[in-house]
Design a protein around this ligand. Structure first.
Ligand code: PRP
Ligand code: MN
Ligand code: MG
Length: 185
């Protein structure tokens, strides 16, 4: 069984929505000349963020998904990223925005952007709602970030802890409440 924990709110649903409006304007300006933007969600964690983001972007768009996984149910990155489900569409010569929930070690986006760049998109840009720069291992920087956060165990708004809590409408941090550890006394 998972260790008992509670979730403390870290970024409210309102703050997320306000930031998404700003980011959508920036993306609209960056891709203003596009005939159609392919917005790619990295499953599973990005599903809430991409849903809210695309509804604020005032451009012709197409939505596609790719699934990669490195953590599974573990708390630590396996550092071996696998593509579990590939894009449905071709991206050669297209304008592409890759949408991710969080950049942690950076291995996931380092790998996925390499794979996508090999397909020769016209432009590939990456946006992540959250960034934990202090955790970086792989050489990767997103073009746009919603919030830069300290090294906390976060859940909600698509992000899971062992597949739980993705449905929280806000970003929370996990606080373990193990009675025997004494750290909460
Ligand atoms: C999580 C998260 C990011 C990735 C970030 O995905 O959603 O995709 O890890 O970690 P990294 O920068 O250390 O690679 P996970 O592998 O847990 O799959 P999920 O999105 O299905 O939860
Ligand atoms: Mn993920
Ligand atoms: Mg996960």
């Amino acid at each position: 069984a998972p260790k008992p924990y509670v979730i403390d709110q870290m970024i409210s649903a309102k703050a997320i929505a306000a930031r998404i409006e700003e980011l959508a304007r920036i993306i609209g300006a960056e891709f203003a000349d596009t005939d159609k933007l392919v917005v790619v969600g990295l499953l599973r964690g990005s599903f809430v963020f991409i849903a809210d983001l695309v509804r604020e972007i005032d451009l012709p768009i197409e939505v596609d998904f790719i699934e990669a996984s490195s953590y599974g149910d573990a708390m630590e990155s396996s550092r071996e990223v696998r593509i579990l489900k590939d894009l449905r569409g071709k991206i050669e010569g297209r304008d592409v925005l890759l949408v991710e929930d969080i950049v942690d070690t950076g291995h996931t986006l380092h790998y996925v952007t390499r794979i996508l760049n090999e397909r020769k998109p016209r432009r590939l840009r990456t946006i992540a709602l959250l960034d934990k720069p202090s955790r970086r291992e792989a050489d990767f920087a997103a073009d746009w970030i919603g919030f830069s956060i300290p090294d906390e165990f976060v859940v909600g708004y698509g992000i899971d802890f062992a597949q739980r809590n993705r449905n929280l409408p806000y970003i929370g941090k996990v606080r373990f409440t193990d009675q025997t550890s004494g750290e909460d006394a």
